[in-house]
Design a protein around this ligand. Structure first.
Ligand code: ZN
Length: 105
């Protein structure tokens, strides 16, 4: 669905203007009313933010350690790629903190 070209009217009768705002710690697209300042989050971005939040809270992004050639490979789930703007070829740094492996950008 494409929401970008949607002209929204607020319940108060004001016009909704496109904005970028922060929601659950992520930058999301949305609209804000020019009259009552009511904010609406783009449902696509809201869905993505919720997925990431859920994953962060409950460690749902389980991945399997695999062997490719002589390397040990761990995949990075798409929501993390998107949330952190990761790209192929980017350098990351492994660290060990107690029982945690920490991947630093
Ligand atoms: Zn309004």
């Amino acid at each position: 669905m494409e929401f970008d070209n949607l002209k929204l009217k607020c319940e108060c009768g004001g016009n909704m203007k496109k904005i970028r705002t922060e929601w659950k710690g992520l930058e999301v697209r949305g609209w804000r009313c020019n009259r009552c300042n009511e904010e609406v989050i783009n449902p696509v971005d809201a869905q993505k933010a919720l997925e990431i939040e859920r994953a962060k809270k409950r460690n749902l992004l389980t991945v399997k350690l695999r062997k490719v050639g002589k390397s040990n490979v761990v995949t990075v789930p798409q929501p993390i790629m998107e949330a952190e703007n990761l790209r192929e070829g980017q350098k990351l740094e492994w660290g060990i903190e107690g029982r945690k492996l920490v991947l630093t950008l």
